[in-house]
Structures are given as C-alpha cells and as structure tokens.
Design a protein around this ligand. Structure first.
Ligand code: ADP
Length: 342
C-alpha cells in the first residue's frame, strides 16, 4: 500500500511538473465518412489503429477522437490551455492534416456546430469576466500566410502584404489590423469579415484556401486593480495548409510554387519541433513565415495544442500514416522553461 501511495504521489508530482513546463498536447481526430471503406479502428480514447494489408499499426495520443465525437467532446481537453492564456502564457492551437480531413471543421466549425476557434474565444471571455479584480483588454487580428507572404484579412485593402518584425522575444506583424473586442458577437462579426475577405482575396488571385495557413490571433492584457500586477498572454488559432504531398508531375506553374511554399513551412514546422525535442542550440524558427510567426507560441513561455486530423478512407491511408507519424513525433516536446509573463 505504501509503495502504491508513493507511486501515486510521484505521478501527481510529475503531472504538476509537466504543467509547469511549456508543453505540447497532441490530439487526433478522425472525420466521419460513411461512403468509403475505413482503415482505422478506435480501441480506446487515446489510441488509434491503422490497418494496412492485414497488419496493424498502433498510435497513441493525449486523446483520440473517433468519427462519433462531437465538437463539444473535442474542445473539452483544450479548456485548460485557454486558462493559461489568460494567466499570461503564449498559447497556440493548431490543426494539421491533409485537405478534406476536417481541419476547418475542427477549428472553425459551422454556424450551428462551432469549432475550437469560437469555443476557445468564448471560454477566454468567460474566464476574463469571472476574474472580477482584473481588467482585461482583448485584441483580435486575422491573417493568411500564402506562398511565404503574410496577408492582413481585416484590412480595408484586402490582402495587404505585411512584414514580420522581431522585437526581443516578440514577433510582430508590421501594420496588421487589430480590433478590440469585448463580446462573442464582436468576435463572430470580425471572424466572418476575415473569412469573407479571405474568399475575396483567393478568388481575385485564383488560389485555394487549402493552400494557405489561416491564423486568428488574440492578445490578452490584464491589469489587476488591487495588486497593480499586469499580465500579457496570446492565443493563436491556426488552420494549417493541407499537409498532403503534391506530386511534382501534377503540379505546374503556380501550383508548383504553392506546393514548394507549403512544403517549406510545414517542413520548417517539423524541423522546429525536432530541434526542440533534441534540445538543439539553434531552433530554426526563421526558416519560414509560419514558424517565425509561431516562435513566441512555440518557445519559452508557451503551451500548444495540436489537432492531427485524419480521414478513415482506405484511399487516404498513405497521408493518414504521414499525419499520424507527424503527430507522434511531436508528443511530449518541452517548449522551454515556463513562467507566466507578469
Ligand atoms: P480540411 O479543412 O482539412 O480541408 P474540412 O474541415 O473542410 O477539411 O472537411 C471536409 C468536409 O468534411 C467538410 O464538408 C466538413 O464539413 C466535413 N467534416 C469534416 N470533419 C467532420 C466532422 N467531424 N463531422 C462532420 N463533418 C465533418
């Protein structure tokens, strides 16, 4: 009994220590698809099995969401990092997977079934509201990274190209439109505008949204009226470009340029994670616009949550395996020593 108690105490301590470190949680979500033959099984809530020619590959994650999972289920485990954001951490939530696997459904969702974006922001507002002595200011911005260029989605001049600037540990987007928001209605309005502008810009330039990364960024500053202590946290919600390998023979002209740019940013993301995992002296954040922008959310004062989305269709087996391998490789990475920004 004594041994068991000690083991339990050690486990609790370990969990507390994990909480204190900047870390990544990786969730896997499989979309429903009744039309096709499935190659996936969901034996428990943290395991997914891939059946390939009679053999079985097993992957485990912090949580696995089967096709039956609802938008509510998927958000439950994300809630703690939203609290961290209000406490002064740089928090990011990313969706990674092939086009059509449910990234946008998971992040944006639909009007009736809102996804992680709206739920996170709703939770954030709620937490800020509950802390009566602290006055919070929340500012939102929305941008798209396409072909290694950054476009402001809230600007009057749709698609203004912007530069990234580094100031100390912060990375800012020079000239990015920022709007102060106080209610969920404000936020929905802004996000609808950003989405609309994204469609207008992509129609004008003949591009597809699956080829670009979408980022919604919130900056949350708090001032405690009693202690005078200030805090500053950020929440970055990112719907990444489709992770599928685009065959060189299929892509020509603009599509080939796009494919190279997506590869560059997603490859850089992988390289940043590998460098963090191996405690490398140099983490190559600056290799792509995506990783440069995510640097504050993937270093030091940060917590991240990655949704790896997959399709059950046996025809997508190759891409599904790639995505699951990516997700497995980034589990339990420590982002750095953590203390909230106060
Ligand atoms: P991606 O953003 O990865 O390209 P989408 O989110 O656009 O993929 O999903 C492709 C299609 O599948 C959409 O029509 C979407 O509504 C649907 N879909 C994806 N995931 C789910 C889900 N969990 N439940 C219901 N429909 C889903």
């Amino acid at each position: 009994a004594l041994y068991q108690r000690e083991a339990l105490e050690r486990k609790l301590l370990y969990n507390q220590l994990q909480e204190l470190r900047g870390n990544i949680r990786v969730f896997c979500r499989c979309r429903p698809d009744t039309q096709s033959q499935s190659c996936l099984d969901f034996p428990s809530d943290d395991e997914i099995h891939v059946n390939q020619n009679g053999s079985r590959k097993k992957f485990s994650f912090d949580k696995v969401f089967s096709p039956q999972s609802t938008q509510e289920d998927v958000f439950t485990d994300t809630l703690p990092i939203i609290t961290s954001c209000v406490d002064g951490y740089n928090v990011s939530i990313l969706a990674y997977g092939q086009t059509g696997s449910g990234k946008t459904y998971t992040m944006m969702g639909t009007q009736e079934k809102p996804g992680v974006n709206i739920r996170s922001i709703r939770a954030l507002l709620h937490i800020c509201h509950e802390r009566e002595t602290i006055r919070y200011t929340i500012k939102i911005s929305m941008l798209e990274i396409y072909n290694e260029t950054v476009k402001d989605l809230l600007s009057k001049n749709i698609g203004d190209l912007l530069d990234l600037r580094t100031q100390g540990k912060n990375v800012t987007v020079h000239g990015l439109t920022e709007t102060e928001v106080a209610t969920e209605a404000d936020i929905r309005e802004i996000m609808t505008l950003g989405e609309k502008n994204r469609t207008v810009a992509s129609t004008k330039m003949n591009t597809e949204s699956s080829r670009s990364h979408l980022m919604v960024m919130l900056r949350v500053s708090g001032m405690d009226s009693i202690s005078g202590v200030a805090s500053f946290g950020t929440l970055t919600l990112c719907d990444l470009a489709g992770s599928e390998r685009i065959s060189k023979t299929e892509a020509t002209g603009q599509r080939l340029v796009e494919a190279a740019a997506i590869n560059k940013s997603l490859t850089s993301l992988g390289q940043v994670f590998t460098a963090l995992k191996t405690n490398a002296l140099h983490v190559p954040y600056r290799n792509s616009k995506l990783t440069h922008l995510l640097q504050p959310s993937l270093s030091g004062n940060a917590k991240a949550c990655v949704f790896v989305t997959v399709s059950p269709d046996v025809k997508n087996l190759g891409e599904t395996l790639n995505s699951l391998l990516f997700g497995s490789s980034i589990q339990q990475i420590a982002l750095g020593k953590v203390a909230p920004q106060i």
